[in-house]
Design a protein around this ligand. Structure first.
Ligand code: TYM
Length: 334
């Protein structure tokens, strides 16, 4: 019989920088919720990662809490999963330092996200931004995670986490489980509504480029109506039709219909009708989440109780791995 201890371990996290987008939801959060029944799931609000970009303290504090409440609203269940705030569990920053010393400058320089973000924040290319993937590796390796459900944009960071784990194990013997990425087939790469060759990102300054899970229905409708398409006016996946391909991808992820079924349904209809239908499907999907979010965010005591409870357990689990790694390196135990 499968005992709970034998369930595979899943770890994933999300940054609380700004708003949580439809990309985050379809690419990651929705899968996390589904995985909770069959795996030992550990999730975190990755606030330590977020300070690689300057944050305004008051807004940052609110964003962390909002992210926590929103994930609960999406269906993360603290009875089934551990769900904590990264900075509350000190082992993450500690193992990140250790792993920094087993990560090469060349490897970190090749990270696409580092290249993108350092171009975007040219006035603040800090060491944290550079070393960000070692912290992410620490998050994952501390829990001996088997699988990491993420959107396609995090694949490169995960490969690096695997390389770091293998390198460490190669030097000191088996210490860390080497994790597998888990990238779903639908929704893994939701694109910008304005520049559909770029991923939808909450840090995009053009607010019409992304849809937030907490956007009001009329805002969602407006953003989809403004979505960039092409001049062909045929609702069908095709080359060079990045905007429509993206909208079909979103529709498919939200409704469960295949791209072919969607093409048949909208045969002979214009892009206007299709955009409205996609917006309506998204509005339906986020409506119950928004209602639950309002309840959670107004119940601060409950949030505090949940994140403290999970952090305490996470600390115990992760401390075991940290101690093991430190001992292998040659540090003296207290
Ligand atoms: P973050 O906060 O940028 O995004 C959270 C999750 O959402 C996915 N995602 C997307 N999926 C599809 N389409 C998009 N447009 C899109 N945008 C974002 C991301 O792939 C991610 O799964 N470094 C991570 C957070 C992190 C982490 C970890 C993840 C910290 N430690 C350990 C896994 C394991 C990040 O910045 O994700």
């Amino acid at each position: 019989m499968d005992t709970p201890e034998k369930k595979k371990v899943i770890f994933s996290a999300i940054q609380p920088s700004g708003t949580i987008t439809l990309g985050n939801y379809l690419g990651a959060l929705r899968n996390w919720v589904k995985l909770q029944d069959n795996y030992n799931c550990i999730f975190a609000v990755a606030d330590l990662h977020a300070i690689t970009v300057r944050q305004e303290p008051k807004t940052f504090r609110q964003n962390i809490l909002n992210a926590y409440a929103l994930l609960l609203a999406c269906g993360i269940d603290t009875e089934k999963s551990l769900f904590f705030i990264q900075s509350h569990v000190h082992t993450h920053a500690e193992l990140a330092w250790v792993l920094n010393c087993y990560t090469q400058f060349g490897e970190l320089s090749r990270m696409t996200q580092f290249k993108d973000k350092s171009a975007k924040h040219a006035d603040n290319v800090n060491a944290g931004l550079f070393a960000y993937p070692s912290l992410m590796a620490a998050d994952i390796l501390l829990y001996q995670s088997d699988m990491v459900p993420v959107g396609a944009d995090q694949k490169q960071h995960l490969e690096l986490a695997r390389n770091i784990a293998e390198r460490f194990n190669g030097i000191y013997g088996n210490t860390f489980k080497v994790p597998e990425p888990y990238i779903s087939t639908v929704g893994a790469r939701v694109m910008s509504l304005q520049e559909p060759t770029k991923k939808m990102s909450k840090s995009d300054e053009n607010v019409n480029a992304w849809v937030a899970v907490l956007d009001k229905p009329d805002t969602i409708m407006k953003k989809f109506k403004r979505a960039v398409t092409d001049s062909e006016a045929v609702v069908k996946v095709g080359e060079g039709k990045d905007g429509i391909n993206n909208l079909i991808g979103i529709m498919s992820a939200v409704t469960g219909k295949t791209a072919d079924e969607i093409a048949i349904e909208f045969e002979g209809k214009g892009y206007g009708d299709f955009k409205t239908a996609v917006a309506e499907a998204v509005i339906e999907e986020v409506k119950p989440i928004q209602a639950r979010f309002d309840e959670y965010i107004n119940n601060k005591d409950y949030l505090v109780e949940q994140y403290r409870k999970s952090a305490e357990i996470a600390e115990k689990i992760s401390q075991r791995t940290l101690d093991k790694a430190m001992k292998k390196i040659g540090f003296i135990a207290k």
